[in-house]
Design a protein around this ligand. Structure first.
Ligand code: WAQ
Ligand code: MG
Length: 258
């Protein structure tokens, strides 16, 4: 599902160029059995219509039958770090990302993207060394899709998250997405800030980090947010985007701790 709103230019200069712009409001994706689709449709529709980023004037819902082989990937282990402010979050991100060989320049470019006012629908791909943006469409970004969670794992995950008081679709969907992303060998790390003005917990994820929640990564009211994937310089971008957008993935629960 994706929901957006057309923005008509306000300033004289903009209107001369007649450049209209679609503001991204909300998006969601998943893999479900046929009988579950009706209720998912209404859930997605409600989510799109009553979103803290505003009221959309266009909602697109696409349903596709999965015909390809489904890849199983382990859910990343989840932990919540202590963090009191956006400044502290930046410091934590920098020091963690440097340890896996990501350059300072690449981290700075990431921070610029996820704190820019212009929220994108998808994620940015950043070279871990040069810090260059590598996604072909910068306005749109790369949208990760076709991921879900196996039924028994969903129940186990639900119990675990309930014990932590964070059993929400926001956390579950983010963890499933991050687990699909981290499974790809050329992706070294992911940083995410929600674009919802009232959701201030973000995360750092990767095979070497697990899924590390970072509270207070932004202050309430901020509309900015986004996702950045740090990738190896040798990455075949077309193959990577093919995996992120099209490869069906089901996550399973595999944390060893009780
Ligand atoms: N593929 C790529 N990028 C995406 C996708 C996707 N499927 N969904 C969202 N994004 C990008 C896009 O740029 C959005 O503006 C940005 O991420 C934020 O999306 O454990 O809710 O859906 O408590 O607002 C983190 C949960 C929640 C932390 C993240 O993101 C926790 C969240 P949102
Ligand atoms: Mg959002």
């Amino acid at each position: 599902m994706r929901a957006s709103k057309e923005i008509v230019p306000q300033t004289v200069n903009d209107s001369r160029r007649k450049k209209r712009h679609e503001l991204h409001i909300s998006g969601a994706e998943g893999i479900y059995d046929c009988p579950a689709i009706t209720s998912k449709l209404s859930e997605y529709f409600t989510r799109a219509l009553h979103h803290p980023r505003g009221r959309p004037d266009k909602i697109v819902i696409t349903i596709e039958q999965i015909k390809e082989q489904i890849l199983r990937v382990p859910l990343l282990p989840l932990a919540t770090t202590e963090c009191g402010s956006p400044a502290q979050a930046r410091e934590m991100l920098l020091s963690a990302l440097l340890t896996v060989g990501i350059t300072r320049k690449a981290v700075n470019n990431c921070l610029k993207i996820i704190s820019s006012a212009d929220a994108r629908r998808g994620a940015s791909l950043i070279s871990m060394k040069s810090g260059r943006r590598l996604e072909p469409d910068r306005q749109r970004g790369v949208r990760v899709s076709r991921m879900g969670i196996e039924k028994t794992s969903e129940r186990r995950l639900g119990r675990r998250l309930s014990a932590l008081n964070i059993n929400t679709s926001t956390v579950k969907e983010a963890l499933i997405l991050a687990s699909k992303v981290a499974f790809y060998p050329d992706i070294i790390a992911e940083v995410c800030i929600s674009d919802d003005p009232d959701y201030t917990t973000g995360y750092l994820a990767g095979r070497q980090f697990g899924y590390r929640r970072i509270p207070n990564i932004k202050v309430p009211g901020d509309m900015h947010g986004g996702r950045v994937f740090f990738i190896k310089d040798t990455t075949n971008i077309k193959a990577l985007i093919g995996y992120l957008e099209k490869q069906p993935v089901m996550a399973f629960f595999s944390w060893s701790q009780p």
